[in-house]
Design a protein around this ligand. Structure first.
Ligand code: CA
Ligand code: CA
Length: 154
């Protein structure tokens, strides 16, 4: 009996080590993602992520973008989701909230960004989750990301 429960404990601990992500975060390629279940403004969402040891998601590559889109297509509770990209400081100069670096990879919908008062960037369901700029004060879904601290394979 004791050894039976002992085995369960070992399996559970091994499972935690395999992802090394906080509760409710999803592991993918060395990062952990939280898909928010409430709607917040861009800065409220970034603050929420900060409180959970994360930032709004920094989309580094097409592989990461496709992973996020695929998840949003299946998830579907909201039409629009914040990522951590904004040009609020300098119009047209988009930087990521996690490291303040300019965007290298981007996944804009054709015709976006169309600027003006729209300084924050979203995945939009109407464009199959391609990116658009959008007013930062809208309350929308959001995705947080933090590094898992695990070695990345592949
Ligand atoms: Ca990332
Ligand atoms: Ca726009």
């Amino acid at each position: 009996m004791n050894s039976f429960f002992g085995s369960l404990v070992v399996i559970t601990l091994a499972g935690c080590r395999a992802t090394n992500c906080p509760d409710n975060f999803l592991a993918f390629h060395g990062s952990c993602y939280l898909f928010g279940d409430t709607k917040l403004s861009f800065y409220e969402a970034e603050h929420y992520c900060n409180q959970h040891g994360a930032h709004l998601v920094h989309v580094n590559s097409a592989i990461e973008d496709d992973f996020l889109k695929e998840h949003l297509r299946r998830l579907k509770p909201f039409d629009v989701w914040w990522m951590g990209l904004t040009d609020e400081v300098a119009e047209g100069h988009y930087v990521w909230t996690d490291d303040n670096t300019p965007a290298q990879y981007t996944g804009w919908h054709p015709g976006q960004p169309d600027g003006g008062g729209e300084d924050c960037v979203v995945f939009s369901t109407s464009w199959d989750f391609q990116w658009g700029d959008y007013g930062c004060t809208h309350t929308e879904g959001f995705i947080c990301e933090t590094e898992s601290g695990e070695e990345v394979f592949g």
